[in-house]
Design a protein around this ligand. Sequence first.
Ligand code: GCB
Length: 642
Amino acid sequence: MNTRFLILSLFLQVKSETYHGGILYPRPSETRQVVSLDGLWNFVVPQPNRPLQGFDEHWYKKNLKELTDVEVHIMPVPSSYNDITTNWKIRDHVGLVWYDRKFFVPKSWYQIGRVWLRFGSVSYASQVWINGRLVMGHEIGHLPFLAEVTDFLIYGKENLVTVACDNTLLADTVPQGKVDTLETGRLVQTYNFDFFNYAGIDRPVTLYTTPKNYIDDITVATETDGDVGFVDYRISYISDVNVTCRVSLIDKKGNVVAKSDERDEPYGILEVPKANFWWPYLMDPNPGYLYTLQVELLSEHRDLIDKYSQPIGIRSIAWTNTSLLINNRPVYLHGFGRHEDSDIRGKGLDLPLIIRDYNLIRWVGANAYRTSHYPYAEEIMDLADEFGIMIIDECPSVDTEAFYDSLLIKHKNSLTELIKRDKNRPSVIIWSAANEPRTQYPQALGYFKEVINHIKSLDITRPTTIVEAQPVNSVYSSQFVDIISFNRYNGWYVNGGNLDVIPLSVVAEATAWHEKFNKPVIMQEYGGDTLEGLHFTPDFIWSEEYQVNLMSKHFQAFDQLRTRGFFIGEFIWNFADFKTAQTFTRVGGNKKGIFTRSRQPKASAHHLRKRYWSLATQLYNATLPNDLYNYVAPPVVVHEEL
Ligand code: GCB
């Protein structure tokens, strides 16, 4: 079986059904109802030598539970399926898997208007049927997709939803991968990126209603001038009757602070005197201030047709060739590269984990992170908005090594979908087009010119970056971006065991990037694997002491660079240990976390905490937490000589 066929078999048939309108997060309102389809689904892997068994036997027209020649598992949604069972063949499976579940649709929804089915993400490609009829397909994981299912449902009765999910990564998928066949005939997925290729229905599934005439999308851009905020909005709607759009901006106390004029057009600018700006964490005592933009679609007689409430923050972003400014103040980014990753659930959305992560992020005094190496769940992004954590929002392009036209189309699609999803988020301050592509190849020039132009055609309010691993003099891409990002593992992959070289190397490289491209520079990744509980003094590679000292040497470099005026951020790799593919270079995964995979601090976390809080005190006058330094002895009292 040619594995290319797996993905192609899915997508040739479905392009036309995919919804190309807005992708607003499902929120209940006076005119909308939301029902979760999360829970326990049935799950089946086809027989090993029959990858298309489900299609051949029309599983989408059957209850998976009733199949007899395959094992039917119970699978939690949302979750990656890989680590849930005890079967390595499921963990390492390549190709299609099938999910289904029944759900009830109330009779009252008949003629309610429209009913929609939305997936927060399915990794990587999927097709969806309702009651045996194909409703949509989607390629690219980590991004939401939806379809109207009004005419597919049986009202007042039980319905069946079936999902075929394909995790195959090939030369023209985002991200890229390769499928090989072992001597035994088993397929194996290989890829260059350094995280486990988790798959499945890993984010929430929702069924929701809108009226027949409905608000389809909202686009907001904000500006500041003195203490006045400006909210530029554009509403798109679908309606077969004449409508107007009433827009109101509501503060946290419920007061309407601005509203559209009497014409109620679907676009306009709201002016907010004495606005509460959205400030990053630690830059203001009340970071992450969010207003609600309430949008109402009204009939000619001013009756309410549809209503949607969008959280927004008022802030400005500007950038120069040396700095990045939020609300006209230069910011210095101190944070992490991260992953959506945890034991058992893989990349599955897990609210306790997310809250724990944000508690640790704030405890450590970070003000930013990058969604390395794919878009994170909307629920995670909502909390970044709310806590004032600045986000470098990365699309799922990671370690691309060959640049094809067909890949370029999909890469651009992933950015279209990402920007459509995250354009209104105040936390998103930079778009990252890719992580570590092989930009030393001449084909990268035309490819990334198009990618960056594409981002600019969708959003000019935020700067762009590409996270580079190639040396400064060999890249064909950095001239197109607004901000230079580079990754370098000094003291680890380069000069492992030789920490003393770090300050010199980091200062020299960051300076070279700035001198060549005349743009602000961020170090997006540095770090070293560290086995929790391994101690050596003097420090030795893999020990907690080594990680702490590796960081200190980088801090010295960063502090020198900060005085030069163009260095705008430091991101340690990684927030927490995470799972990778099986290889002899990884002991149970990547251990560069400053927290363990179960989110407990290594010595490095305490060390980083002292630095990030000192930065926040120096830069923004933040008050240090009183448990930052341990009691050692009373302050020294100097007795004057009599
Ligand atoms: C990198 C990659 C990241 C890896 C990291 C490492 O440059 O961007 O995905 O996990 O190195 O630890 O090797």
